[in-house]
Ligand binder design. Structure first.
Ligand SMILES: [Zn+2]
Length: 302
């Protein structure tokens, strides 16, 4: 297993049993620590540039209006997010998950990723999928209820697979999309389709994007990626045989094999940002090999 990806970290207890206790939620609000989320999915930031912290405010200081989501509690307090409405006066420094997600401490990373994921879902699920009537936020922000037929709708996540394809030795297959910064390569990825297992999705996506067949699909780690609602399921997979990639579905501009030395070289490809699980998958694969090299050299000494 690899180290937890940046956005998989959390420290507060979600305390989900509190969500249905409306009187407890109302009583907890004034003294709660509130993450005010702006319309552009950024929030106010304090602390040093290299050690940012969420600038949380007390519920009693947040203007009325907008939605409130209960995020959880710990020994440090009770946490909510306030989204939209008059609550969103901007502070001096703001940042979103992409900028601050890897720099925030565990508690703050978990609070922000949850607030952003919920806010995205609410903003695109304002009406009932059964009858089209408006829905109302309930359950501490973890539910919407139809005003006409009473049907309940819970926040959804979309599973996506992301995989480091290797040749069982010293090469891995990375690709780049035309819209990315020059020189950046990353692991292949795609959404899981209805009726499909995640292992099948890994094999299908690699075949579609790069024309390469894989086996030995192994789960590594997951991380939420709420842009707007993905859950990235990270894998390694072995190409068999290690064929040259062919771009089939047009999703990639280029795909190629890299050795570990090429990946680590200064003139090598630009890696995906630290906040991404792709970065963690690549780092882990590179480090795993150097650990294996160390242990085999130790065996050699013995
Ligand atoms: Zn309805």
């Amino acid at each position: 297993m690899i180290e937890p990806p940046a956005l998989s970290r959390s420290a507060a207890n979600r305390a989900s049993l509190r969500r249905t206790d409306a009187s407890w939620l109302a009583g907890a609000w004034p003294s709660a620590l509130v993450l005010v989320l702006h319309q552009d999915m950024t929030t106010d930031i304090g602390g040093a540039a290299d050690a940012p912290m969420l600038a949380l405010v007390r519920g009693s200081q947040v203007a009325d209006g907008g939605d409130r989501f209960f995020l959880g509690e710990d020994e440090g307090g009770v946490y909510f997010a306030a989204v939209g409405g008059a609550a969103t006066t901007r502070g001096e420094v703001t940042a979103g998950l992409r900028e601050a997600g890897a720099l925030l401490a565990d508690r703050d990373a978990g609070l922000l990723v949850t607030a952003v994921a919920l806010a995205h879902w609410h903003s695109t699920h304002t009406h009932c999928p059964r009858c089209g009537a408006p829905t109302t936020v309930s359950g501490g922000g973890w539910l919407r209820v139809c005003r006409v037929d009473g049907s309940e709708h819970y926040p959804r996540v979309d599973p996506a697979v992301i995989m480091l394809v290797h040749d069982g030795a010293d090469r891995c297959l990375l690709g780049r999309q035309a819209s990315w910064p020059a020189g950046r390569f990353s692991t292949l990825a795609g959404f899981v389709e209805p009726g499909e297992s995640v292992e099948s999705a890994v094999a299908r996506e690699v075949a579609e994007e790069a024309g390469v067949a894989v086996t030995d699909v192994r789960y590594e780690a997951s991380q939420p990626w709420p842009f707007p609602s993905s859950l990235m399921l990270g894998f390694t997979a072995r190409a068999e045989p290690a064929t040259e990639p062919v771009l089939l579905d047009g999703e990639l501009e280029e795909a190629r094999w890299f050795t570990r030395a090429e990946l680590a070289a200064k003139a090598g490809p630009r890696w995906p940002p630290p906040v991404s699980i792709a970065n963690r998958l690549i780092t882990s694969w590179v480090e795993r090999a150097s650990n294996a090299a160390v242990s085999s050299s130790k065996r050699g000494v013995r």
